[in-house]
Ligand binder design. Structure first.
Ligand code: APR
Ligand code: ZN
Ligand code: ZN
Length: 370
């Protein structure tokens, strides 16, 4: 066991604190990782607001990269010294999805068995709930070995760590769930970190046109920088009509985009996505709705009559062992600009300030450097 500094949310709605935690030595199937960089994601803020569950205290942080320090006796997939990106879906290899050769849909993903605990204060000894089973706003964290994916060690930690969550969700929504490729038109509704990653993924896959839709002009500028060929400000322009028009300019007779990615997580934007796709097109919902939201009223004949597919994308339907090394290599070759997602590098004391900046619009990701 060792003690390290970490960012903990002790109670609902309270500012996070930097405190000392106990990190057990790795047992069977586990690894201790020395964290180098960890992005600040909306999900961390949702945890501290009590929006995910009530299992306080939370050890926040989950978009991270670092170096494996120690592994359990039986671990062979990674070794001390390996540079890894952490993932929150370590696959089991035994469930129905894994057995049928689709581990990206594993129904029984797992985390470390042992618990990290608080080391300071009246509640010292209390077990921590690591965000998404990771907890990487910490000098070191304990994870399942399967949560560590080895990548090119010469890559910049702050940039590649972001593949661990939002950036992978967006890229994967396009290339995995949406099967975007050359000769396909794409529209992305919502251009936050996830949406612009979907745009970057679509550009990487060779799609054209790539239409970015947002209500914030600043987000549309970023979208352009990451590969959008057209932008639509949906606070002033009907996005459905605009998407149809742009697609018809490239592909005569097109009645919308082949793939429309919804990266907001709201019924009205999902409905825009539904009506902005071409016949036999695909809608991909990667934005996360809240439990009170319902499917907007849609004539069933419109669902049937358009054919195609209405899909959801969890974590970009990624398989970390397949997708992380590939995307890191493309980044190293200059074909995927992960640096563009790192708006600022901050210290471990600055997480609360980074939460406050999230709604400014100018920040794609603040990344804690450890
Ligand atoms: N129409 C178009 N864009 C919108 C609308 C709307 N009605 N409402 C909000 N947006 C835009 C915002 O301006 C912002 O650019 O959607 C974007 C959302 O971005 P972020 O808040 O930065 O969220 P992000 O991290 O990209 O995640 C998007 O995916 O993982 C989920 O929970 C996450 O639901 C969220 C979504
Ligand atoms: Zn499985
Ligand atoms: Zn995240």
């Amino acid at each position: 066991m060792q003690q390290v500094k970490a960012v903990v949310a002790r109670a609902k709605g309270q500012p996070v604190e930097v405190t000392t935690i106990n990190v057990p030595d790795p047992g069977p199937g586990e690894a201790v990782v020395k964290i180098q960089a960890c992005g600040v994601c909306h999900t961390d803020l949702h945890y501290r607001e009590g929006g995910i569950n009530a299992d306080f205290p939370f050890l926040l942080g989950h978009e991270a990269s670092g170096v494996v320090e120690a592994v359990g006796d039986d671990v062979t997939s990674v070794a001390p010294g390996d540079f890894v990106v952490l993932n929150w879906r370590a696959v089991c290899g035994q469930c129905r999805a894994c057995e049928r050769g689709e581990p990206q849909y594993c129904f029984a993903t797992h985390n470390a068995t042992q618990k990290m605990t608080l080391a300071e204060g009246d509640d010292a000894g209390t077990e921590l709930s690591p965000a998404l089973g990771i907890g990487a706003f910490a000098e070191k964290t304990l994870v399942a070995a399967g949560q560590c994916t080895k990548v090119d060690p010469s890559a910049r930690p702050a940039a590649v760590g972001l593949l661990g969550c939002g950036v992978m969700a967006g890229i994967g929504a396009a290339i995995n769930t949406g099967a975007v490729g050359r000769g396909r038109s794409v529209a992305v509704i919502g251009c936050g970190g996830v949406g612009v990653a979907a745009i970057a993924g679509s550009a990487l896959a060779g799609a054209s046109p790539i239409i970015a839709v947002d209500i914030d002009a600043g987000k549309l500028e970023t979208a352009k920088a990451l590969g959008a060929t057209h932008t639509v400000d949906s606070s002033t322009t009907d996005p459905v009509e605009a998407i149809k028009e742009i697609c018809a300019q490239t592909y005569a007779g097109a009645e919308g985009a082949d793939v429309v990615i919804e990266a907001v997580g709201r019924p009205e934007t999902w409905k825009q996505a539904f009506y902005a796709r071409d016949l036999a097109g695909t809608v991909v919902l990667v934005g996360v709705p809240t439990p009170d939201m319902t499917v907007p009223e849609l004539p069933l004949i419109d669902v049937f009559g358009r054919g195609g597919a209405l899909k959801s994308s969890w974590y970009g339907d990624c398989l970390p062992s397949r997708d992380f090394p590939m995307l890191v290599d493309l980044y190293q070759q200059g074909r995927l600009d992960l640096d563009a997602f790192v708006t600022e590098e901050i210290g471990i004391d600055d997480v609360e300030a980074a939460f406050a900046k999230m709604h400014d619009g100018g920040v794609l990701r603040s990344v804690v450097i450890l």
